[in-house]
Design a protein around this ligand. Structure first.
Ligand code: HMN
Length: 292
């Protein structure tokens, strides 16, 4: 029951204007990306809008993903929540639904001490039989950790890996050398190739919902030692990512899925729907991706 490597979309959650999950759209997205050859899914993370959802909505998405994927690839459930009981509950559900691993964002907002964060993960790792992937995203949590602190968290029994969503590649490199068995996922799609060169095991990201074939081609070029092609693909991907991020990322990713006939739906409030000019830009981005 090893953790997956390779390209792993951070799954989007298509919703209607009332914020209810569009099951058929979610199933289409899963089938489409599976056909592209992705190695797994990260379900219910930031990209999945977990922090805008109720626990029952999160549970529903975990269930739809596991029923649809039906063990074709391993699934990682993001179960982090501000209410610890919600995390425990979702961790239990993930285990019952056959997830390969759980993941939790580092506790945020209250400025918790390192000890508090350590004991949060210790307790989660004790109650769950599933391996834990800590979700390190300092730009959004406002809380960073030194590589020594990450190494202390990595030593918790059951802590199997990290989703490293940070651009501090020196820290990534130091951790890789210090923790050879620890599973490391790159989190900024913009940095896939540099992170691969530093020995990450996989990459979890939002943009792979619409660029999986390109990201997989980059991964394979790197594996084959074709660094010129890998570098070119990173450049192509980054041109796309720059456009996506400049147009409101998640609603644009969903709009692109709509254009491809997969049905992306909307984002939950307070995300706003795309304006007419953002929709035009989204059409241009989709056309650009198709040309690459
Ligand atoms: C998740 O939890 O949904 C993702 O793994 C988050 C992922 O790391 C993305 N980060 C954010 O959206 C904040 C990246 O894929 C990011 O969207 C991408 O690199 C574009 O900047």
């Amino acid at each position: 029951s090893a953790l997956p490597g390779g390209i792993i979309p951070a799954l989007l959650t298509p919703v209607d204007s009332r914020g209810e999950t569009l099951r058929d759209h979610l199933v289409s997205l899963l089938e489409y990306t599976l056909d592209c050859g992705v190695s797994g899914f990260y379900v219910g993370g930031s990209t999945g809008e977990c922090f805008l959802m109720s626990v029952s909505q999160r549970e529903e998405v975990l269930a739809i993903a596991s029923e649809t994927v039906a063990s074709r690839v391993p699934l990682i459930a993001h179960i982090g929540a501000q209410n610890v009981d919600d995390s425990f509950y979702l961790a239990e559900r993930a285990q019952a639904l056959g997830y390969r691993a759980i993941s939790a964002v580092t506790p945020y907002y209250y400025g918790f001490s390192f000890q508090e964060i350590l004991s949060y993960y210790q307790e989660l790792c004790e109650i769950s039989k599933l391996p834990m992937v800590m979700y390190f995203i300092p730009a959004l949590t406002g809380r960073t950790f030194t590589s020594q602190e990450i190494a202390r968290l990595a030593a918790i029994p059951g802590m199997a890996g990290i989703k490293f969503t940070a651009d501090d590649l020196f820290k990534l490199e130091r951790l890789r050398g210090q923790l050879p068995e620890f599973v490391m996922y790159n989190g900024y799609d913009e940095l896939l190739l540099p992170a691969l060169s530093l020995g990450v095991n996989g990459a979890i990201g939002s943009t792979y919902n619409v660029t999986a074939p390109l990201a997989i081609a980059l991964w394979e070029s790197f594996r084959e030692g074709d660094l010129a092609r890998a570098g070119h693909l990173q450049w192509e991907l980054n041109t796309i990512i720059e456009m996506l991020v400049g147009n409101n990322l998640y609603p644009t990713l969903k709009d692109i899925l709509e254009r491809r006939g997969l049905g992306g739906g909307l984002c939950r409030k307070p995300f706003l729907p795309l304006t007419a000019s953002q929709k035009e830009e989204s059409a241009r981005i989709d056309a650009h991706i198709t040309r690459v």
